[in-house]
Design a binder for this molecule. Structure first.
Ligand code: FAD
Length: 391
């Protein structure tokens, strides 16, 4: 059975982790990636302490930790008065609570390079670039995956790890568009010495205001500074020029803290990303095809856990496939049963935090801030245990 090929559509973080996990269990795996090169966009990503144990299962934990920064705190500040709203202390006590596992921030390119190198070094894993999958056929005892250039690739099963706009999802669950929030993100990295004076440089910081936020943190031995500005705009679906983007940003952040406006002035305006998610939905598999990661349960980044969930999926799915003795449909059902409520809770609570916590103004923000000031470290950690204690 293991000599048969498992096809993974999408060489993002989730797809590569699944390829490694299956390859290491003796399966032959072929990853089909639409891009001309396996790679990631050049910005940062946060990984909670639930993620390192998953990375350990595929042998890349130490490499990822070595490439990461471990922030002292993850905090939210009020964009209008600049005061702390919530501070999650991620120091020694936090790590001890979560089995010795740290909170990490890492450059996506570095994370991707570690995963690609590990896949390339494994004889059971092959990576195909320039392979845009258009669909799949289920022949009962095998699948055929079709590629835009006309190739047809046979496998024993197919895993759709092809992200929020997954083709595989369309054929398994029916075609549908992600839900748009009306928010967009601009991302930038600058040398750390260009970070505005007075902003915390050892922490992950989110400044929240009505209809907008900024997240920033250090990367690569704290030599560079990652900034993400996210805000609501009626033009979220439009591509506009740099001057129009600049005018929108200046208007949106006009009343925010001066350091926030300094960061806004640094943003790279060549590209913006509309922010969307999916509602939790059942039915992640059909016959010999299954979805994982964003393809199954795309979420807003309120908990910074989309990639974390994709990595957890990869490990859980690979282990169920490995133990299923050829009954793949049963393994896929068990996978969905094991992962549905955890990923759905991330999706639902992320929406709630987005609408009812991060982006408040006026009296609502005042009430939030006052309530938060009563919470101790222990209170905050207890609320996060269900995520960070992992699977
Ligand atoms: C602004 C922002 C900030 C975020 N911050 C965080 C964070 O701090 N922490 C966190 O955990 N998550 C974060 N996320 C979410 C995270 O990026 C995603 O959840 C994660 O990348 C999902 O991984 P994936 O492997 O499922 O899908 P993706 O990373 O989307 O990978 C899908 C891959 O499939 C390929 N593909 C797509 N279609 C096809 C096709 N037809 N044929 C072949 N290949 C195809 C794509 O090219 C891509 O390589 C953030 C998201 C955004 C937008």
């Amino acid at each position: 059975m293991r000599d048969k090929t498992i096809i993974i559509v999408g060489g993002g973080i989730g797809g590569l982790c699944a390829a490694l996990a299956l390859g290491q269990s003796g399966w032959h795996v072929r990853v089909l990636e639409q891009a001309p090169q396996f790679g990631a966009i050049g910005y940062g990503i946060q990984l909670g302490p639930n993620v390192p144990p998953m990375l350990a299962r595929i042998g890349v934990r130490d490499a990822v930790i070595a490439a990461s920064v471990q922030p002292d705190n993850v905090m939210m500040l009020d964009a209008f008065d600049g005061k702390p709203v919530t501070v999650v202390n991620t120091g020694a006590e936090f790590r001890a609570r979560y089995g010795g596992n740290p909170y990490l921030v890492v450059h996506r390119v570095d994370l991707h390079n570690i995963l690609v190198a590990a896949c390339k070094a494994h004889p059971n894993v092959s990576l195909d670039e320039d392979a845009c999958v258009t669909g799949h056929e289920d022949h009962g005892d095998h699948v055929v995956v079709t590629i835009a250039d006309g190739r047809r690739i046979e496998g024993t099963i197919v895993i759709g790890a092809d992200g929020i706009r997954s083709r595989l999802r369309d054929s398994i669950m029916g075609a549908s568009e992600p839900a748009q929030t009306g928010y967009v993100a601009h991302r930038t990295i600058v040398p750390i010495d260009r970070a505005p004076r007075g902003v915390p440089l050892d922490d992950v910081v989110l400044w929240g205001g009505e209809g907008f936020h900024i997240v920033h943190y250090p990367l690569r031995d704290k030599t560079i500074f990652n900034i993400v500005a996210v805000f609501e705009t009626a033009t979220y679906g439009e591509k506009m020029d740099v001057d129009a983007y600049r005018a929108e940003l200046d208007r949106t952040y006009a009343k925010s803290q001066p350091v926030m406006r300094e960061m806004i002035a640094m943003l790279d305006l060549d590209r913006r990303w509309p922010i969307g998610d999916r509602k939790p939905q059942r039915g992640w598999s059909k016959g010999r095809a299954v979805l994982m990661g964003d393809a199954a349960h795309a979420t807003l980044q309120s908990y910074a856990q989309g990639a974390g969930m994709a990595i957890e999926d990869a490990i859980v799915l690979a282990s169920l496939i490995d133990g299923c003795k050829g009954d793949f449909a049963a393994a896929f059902h068990e996978f969905e049963a094991a992962r549905l409520t955890r990923t759905a809770r991330i999706q639902l609570e992320s929406r709630h935090l987005w609408d009812r916590y991060y982006h408040l103004g006026g009296i609502e923000a005042q009430v939030r801030n006052e309530a938060e000031r009563l919470r101790t470290d222990e209170d905050v950690w207890r609320c996060l245990d269900w995520i960070y204690k992992g699977v």
